[in-house]
Design a protein around this ligand. Structure first.
Ligand SMILES: [Cu+2]
Length: 569
């Protein structure tokens, strides 16, 4: 019997080694052997990706966009002020637009109540040059904290989402409002007028402007007028440049201060806080400041809350353009901005911002356009056009990184740098415009379908071509991606017709929390998790078993060889 086994064990060993050889995974062989095997037997079959149909995306508009309850999108005429239609799904309150144009002191009680503004928010008086429009303008701004911490609430107080589930802390300049700061007693969500960015301000060349900062915040602040003609001291002989280490002391909590501006030249500048500017500017205390040419009967929309489309453009704009848009880019480092979610005590916030936070280590991880990040940028930062239009784009970069502004399918013309008009020979068209920190550019976008100005109708992306900036904390698409959309590609609900990937996942907080694989739906093979190969597992099991049997047989062979040797001796 033993002899028989001994006799067949050579065969068993051979079979076990053969099975081991066959089950040994191909990919474990050295490349030269693999290549030789492929030349003999051919490479393994190509596994095709699952083909998926690409239907028109059926996005639930209620998921994408809050409902237009009050019909704010429609074209309107309020108190004689023509307010253009907003074709995007969300729009500014037209009563507030009318009040910003006429002056809150010049509108009816009904308009004022519907605007939510105080009677002194933006007052307009005296036609100094007798050209049919008021020239003494008084603007009053408060400071509002968004997404701060309050011990009374489980969530951030005065909540403001820049993208699904993303609520960084901000400080903004905001117009003076009546009533509550949140939308209701039950909700802590900030009402529509309290948002990022600080609103663009528009005045006319030669206006006598009083800009009052009513510091309703817990920190000292100022207003500096960047690139706007203003005297160093005001008519009372007080500092008027807003720089607390040079010209004046900051405006302390509860105090107010009025800056005086009487611009002799037109311009496109900024206004921003100059207290600890490295911190306060990044917290959101910055806005566009535009000085328009003096024209007769020129009523300006003094504030453009949330920036975007100017719904009541000036006479100067209406004489040469079909539309005007304010685009304000901003980046932020959530480690800094979320300081106001770590503490409720202003002393601790000040301590971190003044001492422990190191601004040289700041790395922007969120990127906003007009206060929102993708996909919410599609709510109110779309540029909606028809063919053969001329559109004025005023673009400012308030972030610490440069913006490489790029628009698909178009070559806009650069006409102004930092508000200074280029000569006709130095104006140029291109498809990427670099905008460094605090710089402003004016572009004329022409939608003539001639292959040069425009490639024709469509949904054309516009975005920063710097690739960090098209993400939300590294997850893309995100950041300040938006689109230029032709009328025929807009739905009546104010959303572009989209072809391609399902957008439902972009409206999920899980996506930006890195919990969803974007490719799972249209490329499931690429999105599957490797190392779950049952066939490979079986093969390795067979390999292990065969090798175990072979080793056992070999040991027994060696044993019997040694026994035989001992017996002999
Ligand atoms: Cu400040």
């Amino acid at each position: 019997m033993i002899d028989k086994l001994q006799k067949y064990s050579w065969i068993s060993l051979g079979v076990a080694l053969l099975i081991a050889l066959i089950s040994f995974p191909r990919s474990w062989y050295p490349m030269s052997i693999q290549a030789q095997l492929y030349s003999w037997f051919g490479p393994p079959a190509y596994t095709e990706l699952n083909a998926v149909e690409m239907p028109i995306i059926d996005l639930d508009i209620n998921q994408a966009c809050p409902e237009d309850f009050s019909g704010w999108r429609a074209r309107n005429n309020i108190e004689g002020i023509e307010i253009m239609e907003a074709k995007t799904c969300t729009a500014d309150n037209p009563y507030a637009v009318a009040a910003f144009v006429r002056g809150t002191n010049n509108v009816s009680m009904n308009t004022l109540m519907q605007s939510g503004l105080t009677r002194d928010a933006v007052t307009k008086e005296e036609d100094l040059d007798d050209d049919g429009d008021p020239d003494v303008i008084h603007i009053r701004l408060e400071v509002v904290e968004l997404n701060g911490y309050s011990p009374d609430s489980q969530e951030e107080s005065l909540g403001y989402e820049i993208a699904p589930g993303i609520n960084p802390g901000f400080w903004v300049f905001a117009p003076k409002l009546t009533g509550m700061a949140s939308i209701s007693f039950e909700s802590n969500i900030a009402r529509d007028m309290l948002r990022l960015p600080s609103p663009p301000i528009r005045i006319e060349q030669g206006d006598q402007v009083f800009l009052t900062l009513e510091n309703s915040h817990t920190m000292p602040h100022t207003i500096h007028l960047h690139g706007i003609d203003h005297p160093y001291v005001n008519s009372d002989g007080e500092g008027n440049d807003g720089v607390p280490i040079i010209s004046e002391l900051p405006v302390m909590p509860g105090q107010s201060k009025t800056y005086e501006i009487n611009p002799r030249v037109t311009g496109f500048g900024l206004y921003h806080c100059h207290v600890q500017p490295q911190i306060h500017i990044m917290m959101g205390l910055q806005g566009l400041f535009i000085v328009e040419p003096n024209k007769p009967n020129n009523y300006l929309q003094t504030l453009n809350v949330g920036a975007g489309q100017v719904r009541a453009p000036s006479q100067d704009i209406l004489s040469s353009f079909d539309q005007e848009y304010d685009l304000h880019y901003l980046d932020l480092d959530s480690d800094l901005n979320n300081t106001i979610q770590e503490f409720n005590d202003p002393r601790l916030i000040a301590q971190k911002m003044n001492q422990s936070f190191n601004m040289t280590e700041a790395i922007p991880n969120y990127f906003t356009l007009n206060g929102l990040s993708f996909p919410y940028t599609f709510r109110d930062s779309l540029i909606v056009v028809s063919e053969n239009e001329e559109i004025k784009l005023r673009i400012a970069n308030g972030g610490i990184n440069p913006v490489a502004f790029h628009i698909h399918g178009h070559r806009p013309l650069l006409t102004h740098l930092d508000g200074v008009q280029l000569s006709a020979t130095s104006a140029y068209a291109r498809d990427v415009f670099s905008i460094d920190t605090a710089q402003r550019i004016d572009l004329t976008l022409n939608t003539s379908n001639d292959g040069n100005h425009s490639n024709g109708s469509g949904v054309w992306l516009y975005h920063d071509h710097k690739n960090q900036a098209i993400t939300n904390n590294g997850i893309g698409p995100g950041g300040h991606i938006s689109a230029l959309v032709y009328d025929e590609y807009m739905t009546s609900e104010g959303w572009p017709m989209l072809f391609g990937m399902n957008w439902g996942q972009f409206f999920s907080a899980d996506y930006y929390e890195r919990k969803i694989n974007l490719w799972a739906e249209y490329a499931p093979n690429l999105a599957s998790t490797p190392n779950k190969n049952i066939f490979l597992a079986f093969r390795l099991f067979v390999l292990g078993s065969a090798l175990t049997i072979a080793i056992i047989i070999m040991i027994s062979k060696i044993q019997s060889f040694i026994y035989a040797h001992i017996k002999k001796n």
